[in-house]
Design a protein. Structure first.
Length: 615
């Protein structure tokens, strides 16, 4: 009963708000926040119950051997993810009360927020691929509504469409992968799939396509990579990463919700959920690790040259997600545990950083350019202290949550792949550089604008969530928090001090370089032409715009020409004209004259006799 309540309580809140309370903003906010807090309490209560036996699913559709069920899975992996999603989600709901206080559409906002929570919880608790895919699409819909919440802005509307369409590319691959799983195993249920001891399943003989036999190893690799396409879209991995920075057009709490523990984490969670399948193909694992490495390094480089505070954090999220995907792709049992551990700690400190950025943005009258800030450490002390904790956790400062999860992640890379370990260390150096740059430019020195000069601390609705998240960002990685106990035991190298030394050197080098370059600077000192490609995000948006407007647009115009001037005239209009002519001719024969009918009858008889004689 408790799982049905956890699942459908946010949906009930969304329905009540969107149907009855859209104009009653305070009441809508109360309903949404109470539902979110109640869900978090229920999730923590379910976590304390210990092991839960497999829950009996409800049969939703049954057509022959094809059966779709609706049920819940609540193993250790689902427990961890559910607590993170509901806990961070509840804090973001509370923060939203203060952030959206002056917005005239906040009733609608809280309705969308509850719909998003319903969708995300559905992904976490789904017991089979079909159920997960349905909620996967609902997450895409609700994120589209939230990113484009200020739809009157053209930039927000365009960002929402970009996110929706980009995710559809990955979702199409995921759908094909799910069909391949059915072809291989005859089931969509995660527990049944996990129970298969060998992939491909032993009962599979050979597969044929277009009259040719297909290697089962190739089939498993293709299936794993198609499913990974869904993670590439949702978790914004290269080359479908372009939607995530633009998603900053939504309200800042939405950015925190999408970039912290929920939407972008769905891809990593799915990879962990089906690790038994993707680990069956070494080739697929290599591709996954490579995509993660490219994303981690590329996004960290781009973050060093961004000036919008939310975009810096967005590219930071891309980079950290690349970390998680990279370690998941390392070929060894249970390496997804390192990625899930980092996902959990990242949820705490990245939500803290985004909400801290929201506190700054409100205080500065919606200014997001870091070079129009400055000197805010003395004017917004609580925001500064909590933001500093989140930044230290992100950099992997010893003693903070990010340090423990990042060290485990780097240790796994060091043990299994030295090249990926090197990329991880370089990414850690860049992370320390851009987050120190952010701290120095925003909080140190003199104010660079009138808004920064007169900034004041935010209200309690916004600062209390910052304090709560800062506590978890500090202690979330310690063993007494119990996160590691919910994950499989990781295989770590015997000489772990090598990893720690390299990590600390990267942290010290990156931070020192940023302090040296940006201390007491009034504008960006790194203006070399060499950095233009990084500043322009490696031209990915330009390339995609060119492909869509020119290549795809030209091809669409060609197809339109074929449709209108070839098929329409020769086939469709020609056939219609022929049938219309036959109809007109037949109508002419309906004269109503008996002599004419008798003549036609006789002529037809003569023609039949003549045909029989000549044949």
């Amino acid at each position: 009963m408790i799982f049905w309540l956890i699942q459908f309580l946010p949906l009930a809140a969304a329905a009540i708000i969107l149907l009855f309370l859209r104009g009653k903003h305070s009441l809508a906010a109360s309903v949404s926040v109470l539902a979110a807090v109640a869900n978090a309490v229920l999730a923590f209560g379910a976590l304390s119950k210990g092991a839960v036996p497999p829950l009996r699913p409800m049969v939703w559709m049954n057509v022959g051997l094809f059966q779709i069920e609706f049920g819940f899975v609540f193993d250790h992996l689902a427990k961890l993810m559910l607590v993170v999603v509901t806990g961070v989600g509840a804090v973001i709901h509370v923060f939203s009360v203060g952030y959206m206080e002056q917005d005239t559409g906040r009733g609608r906002y809280f309705g969308y927020l509850s719909l998003f929570m319903f969708s995300m919880i559905g992904i976490v608790l789904a017991s089979n691929f079909i159920q997960m895919f349905l909620f996967w699409e609902l997450v895409g819909l609700s994120s589209y509504l939230l990113i484009g919440f200020w739809y009157e802005r053209d930039s927000a509307a365009q960002a929402a469409k970009k996110a929706f369409l980009t995710n559809k590319l990955g979702d199409f691959g995921l759908m094909l992968g799910i069909l391949c799983v059915w072809m291989l195993a005859g089931t969509f249920n995660f527990l049944d799939l996990a129970g298969i001891t060998q992939w491909p399943p032993q009962h599979i003989g050979t597969l044929e396509w277009l009259g040719r036999s297909i290697s089962l190893d190739i089939t498993i690799t293709v299936t794993a990579l198609l499913i990974f396409c869904g993670a590439v879209g949702k978790s914004a991995q290269f080359p479908l990463h372009v939607w995530l920075p633009d998603a900053m057009e939504g309200p800042t709490p939405v950015s925190a919700l999408i970039h912290a523990a929920t939407m972008v984490a769905a891809g990593v969670y799915m990879l962990a959920r089906i690790y038994f399948l993707i680990s069956a193909s070494e080739a697929a694992m290599s591709v996954i690790a490579a995509i993660g490495a490219i994303t981690a390094l590329m996004a960290a480089l781009i973050a060093t040259q961004q000036n919008d505070i939310k975009r810096i954090l967005a590219y930071s999220t891309l980079s950290q997600l690349g970390y998680m995907v990279m370690v998941t792709g390392v070929f060894d049992a249970h390496n997804y545990a390192a990625g899930m551990f980092h996902l959990t700690t990242h949820a705490f400190f990245k939500a803290l950083l985004f909400l801290g950025a929201g506190s700054l943005i409100i205080a500065l009258h919606h200014e997001q350019d870091i070079w129009k800030m400055g000197g805010l450490s003395g004017k917004m002390r609580l925001t500064f202290l909590t933001f500093l904790i989140g930044a230290l956790a992100l950099m992997g400062m010893p003693g903070f949550s990010g340090f423990f999860s990042k060290e485990d992640l780097l240790a796994v890379l060091y043990l299994h792949n030295k090249l990926l370990f090197g990329i991880g260390i370089l990414t850690a150096l860049l992370t320390a550089f851009y987050i120190t740059r952010l701290l120095v430019v925003v909080f140190i020195g003199l104010p660079r604008s009138a808004a920064a000069m007169h900034a004041q601390e935010s209200s309690g609705w916004m600062t209390v969530p910052l304090v709560i998240l800062s506590v978890f960002s500090w202690i979330g990685g310690y063993e007494f928090m119990g996160i590691q106990s919910l994950l499989p035991k990781m295989q770590l190298p015997e000489h772990g001090h090598v990893v720690m030394v390299c990590s600390i050197i990267a942290l010290a080098t990156g931070s020192s370089a940023a302090l040296f370059i940006y201390w007491n600077r009034a504008s960006e000192p790194l203006t070399s032409r060499i950095l233009i490609p990084i500043r322009e995000k490696f031209y990915f948006d330009d390339i995609y715009n060119y492909l869509v407007r020119n290549i795809q647009g030209t091809f669409a115009m060609f197809l339109n020409f074929i449709d209108q001037w070839v098929l329409d005239i020769t086939v469709f209009r020609g056939a219609a004209a022929l049938l219309r002519g036959v109809g007109v001719g037949l109508r002419r024969l309906q004269t109503g004259n008996v002599q004419v009918y008798a003549f036609l009858f006789g002529a037809g008889t003569v023609l039949l006799i003549w045909w029989e004689l000549l044949r």
